[in-house]
Structures are given as C-alpha cells and as structure tokens.
Write a protein that binds this ligand. Structure first.
Ligand code: PLP
Length: 374
C-alpha cells in the first residue's frame, strides 16, 4: 500500500542532506561549544556558522537569532519576559492563535494580571485590522501577538502592515512564524517586527530545535538560569547537531523555495479542482487564497461517515489532520474553526490537508479516491 503523507503543517519529513549533516556532526563534532579546547572550538564554530546561515536567510544580525528547543519554548519565553521584564501591561492577540501562544497568554493573565484583548476574526479567518487599530488607540504599554500563517486554515497576516500599525501606536509586535519561516521570504531588516519564532521540524529539519528572532536591545531576560550559552538568554549546552541540521534545512528550503512553492501551489490547485469534480458540495474553510501549503475543507458527509473519517483514511495509508470535532480520535472542536463556522457546519467534518515538495499528483488522486469511497 502506498502511504500518503499530507500532514506537513503538523511536521515534515527530513531531507536526506539534513540527516547526513546531523549524523556527521554527531560523529565528528561532538565537543561542547563552551569548552576551550579544539573539540569545543570546533563545535562552537559549527554553532556560530549555523547562526550566521540562518540570519543571512532572514536578513538580520546573527546576534538576533537565539536557539531554543522548539517554537513553543520561543513563544513562551518572549511573551513571559515581555510581561515580566518589559513592563507590558496589555497583550492583544486573536482567538485563532496556536495554543503555544493562547495558553501562555491565559497563564500570564492570571499570574501578572495583564490585560488581554482579543482582536476580532472575520468569517474567512482574516484578522480584522480596523478592530486592531481601534484596540491600539487605548493608551497602555502593549504587545501585539498575531501569527503569520494560521496552522489550521492557512490564512496569512500582512506582517508589514500590522508591524507598521504597531509601531505607530508604540506597541511591540510578536509574530508566531512557525508555519511560514522557510516557506516564504522574510526580510527582517525591513520588516517592522520585534520578535519572531521558528521550528525546524516544520521545514524538513529535526524536531526539538527552533529559534527566536529577538531584535537588538529588546531587553528580554532569560526564563532559565545556568550557564552563559546564548548570551545567558537560554542557558543549557547547545544541541549542536540539531542546530546544524536546522541551518541546513533552512538553507535548502530557501534555495529550493521558488521551485517548491510552484510545485506545491500547483498540487493545491489540482486538489481543489478534483474536489470540485468529485465532491462538488465541499467548501473551503478560511480564504480561497490562503497560504499555499495548507488547505482546510468542509466535507458534506453524513454523521456516520464523519465519525470514522480519519480512521478510515488512516486505514488506507493516508495521513491528514482533523479540522473539526466528531471525528475518530478527536475530543474537542477546533478552537480556530469555532471562531468561523456555524454550529451546523462545526458538526460536519473538516479536514486539514497540508503539503510539502515531497507530495505528488498521485498522492492527491489517492486522497480524493479514498474520500469518494468512504
Ligand atoms: N506555532 C505554530 C503556528 C505551530 O504550527 C506549531 C506546531 O504545531 C507551534 C507553534 C509549536 O511548535 P513546536 O512544535 O516547535 O513547539
């Protein structure tokens, strides 16, 4: 049975070159970057070269890249330190942020009594920018946290526009860019953002490693205390092999970006055209012109079919992600779709299909065939 992996917003397959890079570092460059002998200096140079590579692709200074264990950690660090150390008194975010942001802010609200305001989300999943401007008109030291590409529905935020609005209102701007780094160009010299986060396993790198972009002189303080690693901002012996693997994965993502984006966009278009043909009553959750790697669809299936949908797809070797409740293995309604769909539509099955350059037209045919036969 051919297996079909269409869950790339969840995690991605490693590129062969990345695996080779990681194993090379593991076997050859095993020194501790903090050691002053040759082994240590060697590891340190791998570390700093990786930082430089990442910074070059995002057009920022190397010192502005801080390695973390994952995207979740980077989000937690930035939000918590902003409240604790930068005197942030209010956070503006949306209800369709990733839980790594939503749950962190909920805890900060309780712990520090920080004011939390939610910007409205339109029925197509877009952030209501005029509501954001209205919220920002109240005087208070504010941080805006809005994600770049939504991981469930693929809606895209105009980072430049929101960044300029934040700047005009003296607010700090943090964006969770976990779904977009490596998949679209980001020029941090010209983009008015203070903080971004990334996670290597979303761009064909290893799990357990990510980074934060923290603009110079931010004033952020560490969450953990220990050694001097990452300028004391994130102590703990660096995972050199993971970091080198992440830098390799990012480089390959950017050197193949045009070709891969074209291929994936074409696959997404092909899937939509096949669904129009075979399951014409389907609809797209979010916007028609969402990010090219993600498609979230509402399917016109009966209740019995809905209950076992993911299970049946899995039995056929097809991996996609649930979009809403009542499907096998899921326990709750998607907090993202809840903000956009009617109760009636929430009870119908939604699927998130997310692509990578490894996917083929045959994968799409197998998915559509499977959906038809369910
Ligand atoms: N933010 C977004 C938008 C994500 O999609 C994810 C992963 O699902 C995360 C944060 C968490 O990243 P990590 O798995 O590296 O903690």
């Amino acid at each position: 049975m051919k297996k079909v992996y269409l869950d790339n917003a969840s995690t991605t397959q490693l590129r062969t070159e990345v695996i080779q890079e990681i194993t090379k570092i593991l076997s050859e460059d095993y020194g501790n970057p903090s050691s002053t002998h040759g082994f240590g200096r060697n590891a340190k140079s791998v570390l700093e070269l990786s930082r430089k590579t990442i910074a070059k692709h995002l057009n920022c200074a190397s010192q502005e890249i801080i390695f973390t264990s994952c995207g979740t950690e980077a989000n937690n660090w930035i939000l918590r330190s902003a409240v604790r150390d930068l005197n942030i008194q209010r956070i503006i975010l949306s209800k369709i942020e990733h839980h790594a942001v939503l749950h962190t802010v909920e805890v900060l609200e309780k712990e520090f009594n920080v004011q939390v305001d939610y910007v409205e989300v339109k029925s197509n999943g877009a952030i209501d920018i005029s509501h954001l401007v209205e919220l920002l008109s109240h005087e208070k030291k504010t941080l805006v946290s809005l994600m770049h590409v939504n991981n469930e529905i693929g809606t895209v935020l105009d980072l430049d526009k929101v960044g300029r609005i934040c700047k005009q209102h003296n607010a700090l701007f943090h964006s969770d860019t976990v779904q977009s780094i490596g998949k679209t160009e980001i020029d941090l010299t010209n983009l008015p953002v203070n903080f971004l986060v990334a996670s290597a396993h979303k761009f064909h790198g290893p799990k357990g490693i990510g980074f934060a972009f923290v603009r110079k002189n931010s004033g952020l303080q560490p969450l953990l205390y220990g050694g001097e690693q990452e300028k004391g901002l994130r102590p703990g012996t660096e995972a050199v092999h993971q970091i080198a693997g992440m830098a390799k994965a990012l480089s390959l993502s950017y050197s193949n970006l045009e070709k891969d984006r074209l291929h994936i966009s074409e696959l997404k278009k092909y899937l939509i055209s096949q669904l129009e043909l075979e399951i014409p009553e389907f609809s797209i959750n979010g916007s028609q012109d969402g990010f090219y790697t993600i498609l979230n669809v509402l399917l016109p299936f009966s209740e019995e079919k809905t209950a076992m949908l993911l299970f049946n797809l899995d039995m056929k070797g097809i991996a996609v992600s649930r979009g809403s409740a009542c499907q096998s293995g899921s326990i709750s309604v998607s907090h993202v779709l809840k903000e956009m769909l009617s109760t009636e539509d929430l009870n119908k099955p939604s699927l998130r299909i997310s692509f990578s350059h490894f996917n083929t037209h045959q994968d799409i045919d197998l998915l559509v065939e499977a959906l038809k036969s369910i």
